[in-house]
Design a protein around this ligand. Structure first.
Ligand code: NDP
Ligand code: MG
Length: 383
């Protein structure tokens, strides 16, 4: 058996990952981390008996220590870095949300773990650094994000010179055909037509910032320049993404919209785990594809613009602004459409130089987040 650590085990990707672990004897859960959902964490600890638990929110550490013997309890950001670095861990899954995933990604790659990544924000903030580190340490960053898993599968054993572009598909989210973004409630934005996910990525899917982040994620995972990364709206979420070759052929990966498929591929590749997730093409009948509306969803251009400025790290700015703006929106403090204005303001007014020091990057992220908070408090709060 191989030892695996799942960071963010109580989240949507994290609990799907544990579900996958139950279905085979390949892995033993060595460690897990959670933030606030202590009830689910306790259930998971009872069921999987990990040797290490990290309580990101340190206040829960004593409860876990008192409840379980023989568990090493870690806490806070330091604990997350430690659990991502454990000598006994063969594989690390990063299913943390937002900037909290940044430092654990660094330590998993630094310590040469087999590394499955759901936390796309790591690559949006510091893709240039992780790309170089992974190459130097011979670590493969295995994508869990469904689009990138699809592309990864289509690229396997292919000659990269034969690839002309990649096509990221996007469901378009709940507001695909809206003519304006007035009067959108948090509840409206939290209903995704096809996928069940955590709150942050669901809101990002409604603004299409998620797809923008995926453009940046693809740039670093597959070493593709921005001009070779295209986005296509595909409402049905059946084709998870595709690769176009120089002879005009397109290879795609299809499946039902269930994250257990890309998670299991990341953990079992090149083999496949038997799952009861059959896709019936005859029931689906037909599939549709259309170009995205860049005017309604400028978030896609924000991502391309960020990648065009190669001497700057605008991914960091975009991620920091989005994280704060989404928090405020979910707390009912700003309008949905303000998210676009805040992102645009951040891109126009902040710049970050490309640092390859992870602590400088983390510090800069915190500074930008603070400045965005001030900006929102000053100019964007709802009466
Ligand atoms: P969730 O919000 O469902 O889960 C996030 C996990 O991280 C939870 O375990 C949560 O703990 C923990 N967490 C939250 N905040 C912090 C913090 N500040 N410090 C440490 N841990 C924290 O997110 P998802 O599972 O939806 O997404 C996880 C990542 O995967 C994201 O980067 C997302 O973009 C990516 N992704 C998700 C997909 C999906 O289908 N959900 C699809 C593709 C990519 P707790 O629950 O205990 O509070
Ligand atoms: Mg995705």
């Amino acid at each position: 058996m191989e030892n695996i650590v799942v960071l963010g085990s109580t989240g949507s990707i994290g609990s799907n990952t544990l579900d996958i672990l139950k279905r085979s004897h390949k892995y033993k859960l060595l460690g897990l981390s959670f933030n606030k959902n202590i009830d689910l964490a306790i259930e998971q600890i009872k069921e999987f008996k990990p040797a290490y638990v990290c309580c990101a929110e340190g206040c829960y550490a004593d409860i876990i220590k008192n409840k379980f013997d023989n568990i090493t309890v870690l806490s806070g950001e330091e604990g997350l870095c430690e659990i991502a670095s454990l000598d006994d861990a063969d594989c690390v899954v990063n299913a943390l949300v937002g900037t909290s995933g940044l430092l654990p990604t660094y330590f998993a790659i630094k310590n040469k773990k087999r590394f499955a990544l759901a936390n796309k924000e790591s690559l949006v903030i510091a893709g240039h650094l992780f790309y170089e580190m992974a190459k130097k340490n011979s670590v493969e960053i295995i994508p869990i994000d469904s689009e990138h898993s699809a592309i990864y599968q289509c690229l396997e054993n292919r000659n990269r010179d034969d690839v002309s572009s990649i096509i990221l598909t996007a469901s378009g989210g709940p507001f695909l055909n809206r003519k304006d973004f007035n009067n959108i409630s948090v509840e409206d934005a939290l209903v995704h037509p096809n996928w069940s996910m955590g709150k942050k990525i669901t809101i990002d899917s409604a603004t299409l910032m998620n797809k923008g982040f995926e453009i940046i994620e693809a740039r670093w995972l597959f070493d593709m320049t921005y001009d070779k990364i295209n986005v296509l709206i595909h409402k049905e979420s059946v084709v998870h993404s595709a690769v176009e070759f120089i002879d005009g052929s397109i290879l795609a990966q299809l499946g039902v919209a269930d994250m257990r498929i890309p998670i299991s591929y990341a953990l079992f590749k090149p083999h496949r785990l038997k799952l009861d997730l059959k896709l019936s093409l005859s029931e689906i009948g037909h599939l549709s594809f259309e170009k995205p509306n860049f005017n309604m969803f400028p978030t896609l251009n924000f991502a391309y613009d960020a990648l065009k400025k190669e001497d700057k790290n605008l991914g960091l700015i975009l991620n920091a602004a989005d994280e704060v703006a989404v928090d405020y929106f979910v707390a009912h403090k700003i309008k949905f459409k303000s998210i676009f204005d805040i992102l645009k303001y951040a891109l126009d007014n902040f710049e970050d130089n490309l640092s390859d020091n992870i602590y400088e990057i983390a510090q800069e992220t915190a500074i930008i987040e603070r400045e965005i908070k001030n900006l929102i408090e000053k100019d964007f709060l709802e009466a």
